[in-house]
Design a protein around this ligand. Structure first.
Ligand code: AMP
Ligand code: MG
Length: 398
């Protein structure tokens, strides 16, 4: 099955999530659950963009016009001073424009003497920031599914909200499987390796806006797997496993899912990561990621991420994301695969106004260094080899 079809089928069992009200102070990096309309105009009123003089433009067409000073308005003032012909009112940045004035003269362009100001520079209407020129009350300022960075949070505050509806990060269970696995820090016996996949998955899950819940990894044993799946299904909104989904005799995740769970699909036309399994365990969606360390990360990025984004309604440009889809010119050949889409690790750099991609050797699906040393993945269509100089689709990892 194609990657696109796999995502489509996975979307039929979406990740469910709740929403909660979050205070502005605690909303950094959370995802907005509803579009927010501004409660105010911004600017709230016509105001000065400069420290200077509020005047009538027509009074300042001659150089060295002399105007009577009638007062001062500062930011926050609600004073009512009217500017008439031949008059000027001292005004500070952000202060409301007094009635009668239509322009501002910069303070640098004036000389004050004996209650009068001599203007020796231009009076500019565009030094007045007009009410509502940035946003008007009722207009949508932030879209549902946006991840709130500092600039977004400032906008939330400006629009008048102390609290906002946000997505409650869905809980995602992460379960490693395999008889050979040992926790880092423990001694290794012969044939054993350190468990690493769940460490990557915990980070990826939280970077995409969900809450990772890591369970102690399980040996290749049906009873242990069943118990952990039951616990994870009762505590979490989705389950990610790694390992145990290939053709081997000890690939028990697949066997258990086939016998007691529900398999929606198994095997996707993707390299690396072909043996991906998806289905549900007692109603909870479950991705059986392949065990090879690179495969598990790549399948997460290319299939689980779109499923989470779609389920949670993440905004396509403002929502949480782990990569951008880009076009990259290959600096060396990247071999494709006859019957699969190929995601090779590449190093993407900006060269002038294009992106170029270097393709390192040693692309084994167990080689974690290839993930660390690269910042991109090719997206070579089925049966297509990338030649040096070709411009191809790629994912630019953040
Ligand atoms: P499997 O899919 O279970 O056959 O595993 C494929 C390969 O990935 C084997 O070489 C495993 O030792 C390795 N592997 C599986 N799970 C993990 C893990 N959690 N951490 C590191 N390597 C793993
Ligand atoms: Mg295994």
């Amino acid at each position: 099955m194609s990657i696109e079809r796999a995502i489509e089928l996975a979307n039929e069992i979406p990740l469910l999530f709740g929403t909660e009200i979050q205070s502005l102070a605690d909303a950094h990096d959370v995802v907005l659950a509803k579009s927010l309309e501004s409660m105010v105009d911004d600017p709230r009123f016509d105001n000065s963009a400069m420290d200077g003089w509020a005047v009538k433009e027509a009074d300042c067409t001659n150089s060295n016009s002399k105007l009577e000073i009638i007062g001062t308005i500062q930011a926050g003032s609600s004073e009512e001073i009217e500017v008439k012909h031949g008059q000027a009112c001292r005004i500070m940045t952000g202060a409301p424009i007094p009635p009668g004035a239509d322009s501002i003269v910069m303070i640098e362009d004036s000389v004050v003497m004996d209650g009068y100001v001599t203007i020796n520079g231009p009076a500019r209407p565009h030094f007045i920031r007009k009410q509502g020129e940035n946003i008007t009350a009722g207009e949508v300022g932030l879209q549902s599914g946006s991840k709130l960075k500092p600039a977004h949070l400032a906008m939330v505050a400006m629009m008048g909200y102390a609290e906002i509806p946000v997505i409650k990060p869905p809980k995602i269970a992460i379960i490693g499987t395999g008889d050979e696995l040992v926790e880092p820090g423990q001694p290794l016996q012969s044939g054993q390796i350190y468990e690493s996949n769940t460490t990557a998955l915990v980070g990826l899950v939280s970077e995409i806006g969900c809450e990772p819940v890591k369970y102690p990894f399980v040996t290749d044993d049906l009873d242990g797997l069943r118990k952990t799946f039951d616990l994870a299904a009762s505590e979490c909104d989705a389950i990610l496993t790694s390992g145990g989904v290939s053709m081997g005799e000890w690939d028990l995740v697949r066997r258990l899912m086939e016998e007691e769970g529900e398999v929606k699909f198994w095997r996707v036309l993707i390299k690396p990561g072909g043996p991906l399994l998806f289905g549900s365990w007692k109603g909870t969606p479950l991705f059986g990621l392949p065990g090879n360390p690179v495969s598990s990360q790549i399948v997460f990025l290319s299939i689980v991420v779109p499923w989470i984004s779609n389920s949670c309604g993440y905004h396509p440009t403002h929502g949480p994301k782990l990569y951008d889809k880009v076009r990259v010119k290959l600096l060396s050949a990247a071999a494709g695969t006859k019957s699969k889409v190929t995601l090779r690790r590449i190093q993407i750099i900006e060269q002038g106004n294009i992106l170029v991609g270097d393709v390192p050797k040693n692309q084994g699906s167990g080689n974690l260094r290839s993930m660390v040393n690269c910042n991109g993945l090719t997206f070579l269509p089925i049966g297509v080899d990338g030649k040096s100089g070709d411009i191809i689709d790629a994912l630019w990892l953040r």
